[in-house]
Design a protein. Structure first.
Lengths: 116, 245
């Protein structure tokens, strides 16, 4: 499944990185501590968080994540949006809270285990 | 004339929900002098309602007390703000209060006591001071800067509520004056672990919530006098002022 497929089936709205939605998603990681995401996320993961600070884009770029989903109706900071466009990192938003969204993703086959 | 001062810039009072009830002006000033401190700062969580009482108690006994606050940003980062005058601290408090949702639950988080300079309780703060403000980190840093205050990222060596824990690394271009290292990390360890941030001055402070912790971790500053403006100069190695290693 690609980020595009996931956005479509979960009704996520794309806020940045519209041209970068075709990467295959390798799994998911949910955390709001960026130091933890740096330590444990894997390449190609979809990252679910409520952090909206510009640093999320740098972390996603560094870890080569497939994209970021902001939950609970949160919107990225303007500077985060700008950086995401620059780096080609998809940012999607959902009104649904993290626990619920992760559960739905898991049911669709997006797991927390990384293939590598 | 420059001389070395022994300073503890991060002390909580009984106003912080997690601060011990004994953390009152006379008691703290007495303890600070007993452990040989020249200057302290009172930094309660998201409030500065006790700073005037502490400044009065300090000036009676010849201890400089800086008005300060430990603000929780939207990203749940703890940030110290220090000033010379209580007026600036109150301007910050106004912004913080406008952006601090919730009411304290005393049984869970603890009592938030407002005191006078004689250690008498004169009120209870009902706000949820332990909570996070709705203010982005950068907004707080620039607001404090506009008031000519000093900003120091709290306990960057800890995972919880720290700039590095929450955001992974220090955002580019942020105008912080310094980084605080808690007593959990030695000077040598800090130098190694935070080598990438050696462009910032490191400050050590106690983050005391109990009387016996005051002065357990201190910074020696080379200053002309004990003011927050002098601390700011020192953190940027200006006019001969500096942190003494």
């Amino acid at each position: 499944m690609t980020v595009f497929d996931i956005a479509k089936s979960f009704g996520l709205e794309t806020r940045a990185g519209k041209d970068h939605l075709h990467e295959e998603v390798t799994g998911g990681y949910a955390s709001d501590l960026l130091s933890d995401v740096i330590a444990h996320s894997r390449k190609g993961n979809l990252w679910i968080t409520i952090q909206t600070h510009p640093n999320i884009v740098a972390v996603a770029a560094m870890k080569e994540l497939a994209g970021i989903i902001l939950t609970g109706g949160r919107e990225p900071d303007p500077e985060a949006l700008r950086k995401a466009e620059e780096e080609g990192i998809p940012i999607l938003v959902s009104p649904v809270f993290t626990f619920e969204l992760v559960g739905r993703l898991y049911q669709k086959g997006i797991s927390g285990r990384s293939p590598c | 004339m420059l001389r070395t001062f022994r300073v503890d810039l991060h002390i909580h009072s009984c106003l912080s929900p997690c601060g011990d009830e004994a953390m009152r002006p006379q008691a703290i000033v007495h303890q600070a002098l007993a452990v040989g401190l020249d200057m302290i700062a009172i930094c309660d969580h998201n409030s500065a309602e006790n700073v005037n009482a502490f400044m009065s108690a300090g000036s009676e006994k010849g201890l400089t007390v800086l008005p300060g606050m430990e603000i929780t940003s939207k990203e749940e980062i703890h940030l110290l703000a220090l000033f010379d005058r209580p007026e600036e601290c109150m301007a910050l408090q106004e912004l913080v209060y406008q952006n601090l949702p919730g009411e304290n639950v005393e049984e869970v988080f603890g009592c938030q006591t407002v005191v006078n300079e004689r250690d008498e309780a004169i009120g209870i703060n009902r706000k949820m001071l332990i909570g996070a403000t709705l203010l982005p980190l950068e907004r707080i840093v620039s607001f404090v800067g506009s008031l000519r205050g000093v900003t120091i990222a709290s306990h960057i060596d800890r995972q919880a509520f720290s700039l590095l824990g929450q955001l992974g690394f220090i955002p580019e271009g942020i105008l912080l004056d310094g980084l605080e290292i808690s007593r959990r990390t030695s000077k040598e360890e800090a130098k190694e672990r935070f080598h990438a941030y050696q462009g910032f001055s490191f400050v050590r402070s106690s983050d005391a919530h109990h009387l016996e912790d005051i002065g357990k971790n201190v910074t020696h500053f080379l200053l002309e006098k004990t003011t927050s403006e002098e601390v700011r100069l020192a953190l940027h190695y200006r006019e001969g002022r500096r942190v003494v290693e």
